[in-house]
Design a protein around this ligand. Structure first.
Ligand SMILES: [Zn+2]
Length: 182
């Protein structure tokens, strides 16, 4: 049973209110639209990010990915216990703690795509987390990092999935390969 989205579970500290000036937001937006069209993400469910020199750029929380613009993305500069430091116009994805944990654990990963697509929960032959955990929590981040290991795709039990890659297309391809086997 999927948990109901109730917003972020941290306080957002805005370092400044300018959208990220990074050309890769154009590519990230393209993937958001493609994933929304595929039904792998939707309003307030799922979030896509790519690594930057200072952190990572991620989709804003609670928005519809099919109507995003490049100026809506948020750069996450630091994640602490109950505080997330960002640059941008909006609050970051409620699940940015999980993205931060994966980037910290996996220097080879430069893109993280997190989808909510019910059929994907039945995927076989992939890594899977061992228990259902509320979204946006440190426990969810830790569990996902552990289950992902050195792989590129993990199912989050009762929740969704995460695909990672050295670049955005690789995260997409990892997902497409698993979903093609369903
Ligand atoms: Zn999720």
């Amino acid at each position: 049973m999927a948990e109901v989205y109730v917003g972020t579970k941290f306080q957002t500290i805005f370092i400044h209110r300018q959208p990220p000036a990074d050309a890769r937001t154009v590519e990230l937006l393209t993937w958001c639209r493609q994933w929304a069209q595929a039904g792998w993400i939707a309003k307030a469910v799922g979030n896509l990010s790519c690594r930057t020199a200072n952190g990572f750029i991620i989709t804003p929380t609670g928005t519809d990915p099919s109507t995003l613009t490049v100026g809506d993305f948020v750069e996450v500069l630091g994640v602490r216990d109950k505080e997330v430091r960002v640059a941008g116009l909006h609050e970051p994805s409620s699940e940015c703690r999980m993205h931060a944990a994966i980037y910290a654990a996996r220097p080879d990963v430069n893109a993280i795509f997190h989808g909510h697509y019910t059929p994907a929960l039945q995927a076989t032959g992939v890594a899977i987390t061992t228990r259902e955990i509320p979204y946006g929590t440190p426990a969810m981040a830790t569990e996902t990092v552990q289950a992902l290991g050195t792989g590129n795709f993990v199912v989050m039990l009762g929740h969704g999935f995460v695909a990672v890659g050295s670049e955005m297309r690789a995260a997409h391809t990892a997902t497409a390969e698993v979903l093609a086997r369903l």
